[in-house]
Design a protein around this ligand. Structure first.
Ligand code: ATP
Ligand code: MG
Length: 443
């Protein structure tokens, strides 16, 4: 068996070896190579201590990523490589992080501390594969299995529970029965895990190809970190547009969407407000008036808790807020949306709406409206039609030249001109814009 290793990663391995140390590629890169997919990064494990790693890489850019845990990042040919000293994790007292780590010179000890058999393999171009835990067989069988005793492993670090779901979703593997039983049993320990760590796994899980099955089968596990989703489970919508419960609809919409993290997060949250806004009319039909606002509120709270960055929070909450608004395949309406959300944001909104509709009884008719809208969007962009102040063929100093005093008035007039241009009531031409500006000011 031969794994193709990129030049920059190979060079780093040889640097360690030339300095007299042993070094192996480990974890995700070995797993992905054996699966025939391109590894995202090439992690190296070595018997060199962090300080020795730093000395060996004199002349390279070296970052102390997690010195305490033995990790040093080396920049080789513009690529980041994480180099970690073989280690044994000390006692765990908080289901989170080892109280201490002990460095070791034994690769086998290092493999033993890793989470799943498929993540616990090491590879060296001359020494070959080191597979103490049957990772290769589990890869072939598409099985996710803990290294060692699953209950113990989840007790040590409860994040592994979520990682199991993440790898289940990304790799499309089934979770081995003992591992599955243990993760269900230990799920309450997820409460101890920080928002950041949960976020990282959740984001990857949502974009996994097997997300549908994982979100349906392990919804109660996810409910430990996102209690807001629980009311959606089994919630019958009593509405002819919906043949699925709120949670089933949510999951189907996620699975049917493009694997964009913002789109998928928005879909995860878009109907969270439904159970609390539910009402039934005299005909027995269910309605959810005002649910987008409640969903938006939940989305914001969850994303703050999971320490998402502000740009992601702003975008995703906007997508949730607008998910039920109508879009009309008309250039005026498209430009209004573009003004509000920008091109990327509006494309994401259309993706959210398409996925939302495709998980209802009315999928086809509504999808064609979205398709037509997308065509118009492409046209508006290609023709560089105006939908922002910056694209207006007039600006603040032009207005001042007309004698309009600096200040609020300028902004108001520019906004009015932009509205007229977006609504196609006024061409975006300097002379006409100036004339109208003068009229708006006096009038
Ligand atoms: P990806 O390709 O998504 O980065 P990965 O397998 O590299 O997948 P990482 O989260 O980057 O996953 O972790 C690197 C390796 O470190 C894993 O393959 C695993 O061997 C080990 N590992 C990471 N987190 C844990 C953990 N919480 N408990 C035990 N081992 C872990
Ligand atoms: Mg990795």
């Amino acid at each position: 068996m031969n794994i193709k290793i990129p030049e920059y990663a190979m060079r780093a391995l040889r640097v360690l070896e030339s300095a007299g140390f042993s070094a192996y590629f480990v974890g995700g890169c070995v797993r992905d190579s054996l699966l025939g997919t391109l590894p995202a990064d090439w992690d190296i494990a070595t018997n060199a201590l962090p300080e020795q790693v730093k000395t060996a890489f004199r002349g390279y850019t070296v970052v102390d990523t997690g010195l305490k845990h033995g990790t040093v990042t080396v920049v080789s040919d513009y690529h980041n490589l994480e180099i970690t000293t073989y280690r044994i994790d000390g006692d765990y007292s908080d289901a989170r992080r080892p109280d201490s780590v002990i460095f070791t010179t034994d690769l086998h000890e290092d493999l033993k501390r890793r989470d799943f058999t498929v993540n616990a393999m090491a590879y060296h171009p001359e020494q070959g594969l080191v597979d103490d835990w049957g990772g290769k067989r589990d890869l072939k069988d598409k099985v996710l299995r803990c290294v060692g005793d699953p209950e113990q492993r989840f007790k040590e670090d409860a994040l592994r529970i979520l990682r199991a779901l993440r790898f289940g979703a990304v790799l499309g593997f089934t979770i081995e029965p003992k591992t599955e039983a243990a993760l269900r049993q230990k799920r309450a320990l997820l409460m101890n895990i920080s928002g950041e760590r949960i976020r990282e796994e959740l984001v990857k899980l949502l974009c996994g190809k097997n997300v549908q099955q994982i979100l349906l089968t392990y919804r109660s596990i996810l409910g430990e970190v996102l209690p807001e989703i629980r009311p959606a489970f089994d919630f019958d919508q009593k509405n002819p547009h919906h043949y699925l419960t709120v949670w089933e609809h949510t999951v189907q919409a996620i699975a049917g969407s493009i694997p964009s993290i913002r789109v998928r997060l928005a879909l995860l949250f878009h109907d969270l407000g439904k159970p609390a806004s539910f009402s039934v009319d005299e005909k027995g039909i269910g309605h959810f008036y005002g649910h987008p606002e409640l969903s938006e509120q939940a989305a914001r709270e969850i994303m703050h808790r999971l320490r998402f960055d502000n740009a992601t929070i702003d975008r995703v909450t906007a997508l949730v807020r607008y998910h039920d608004y109508d879009v009309v395949p008309q250039s005026k309406s498209v430009k209004r949306w573009l003004n509000r959300l920008g091109e990327e944001g509006f494309r994401e909104l259309l993706a959210v709406k398409a996925a939302d509709r495709s998980a209802t009884t009315h999928k086809y008719e509504n999808l064609s409206v979205i398709q037509l809208t997308e065509n118009i969007l492409d046209e508006v962009i290609a023709q560089k039609q105006c939908f922002t102040r910056e694209q207006l063929n007039i600006n603040g100093s032009d207005l001042m030249d007309l004698g309009i005093p600096q200040g609020k008035e300028i902004g108001r007039i520019l906004d009015e001109l932009l509205s007229l241009v977006i609504d196609e009531k006024l061409p975006n031409q300097p002379a006409l814009l100036k004339k109208r500006a003068a009229a708006l000011w006096r009038g």
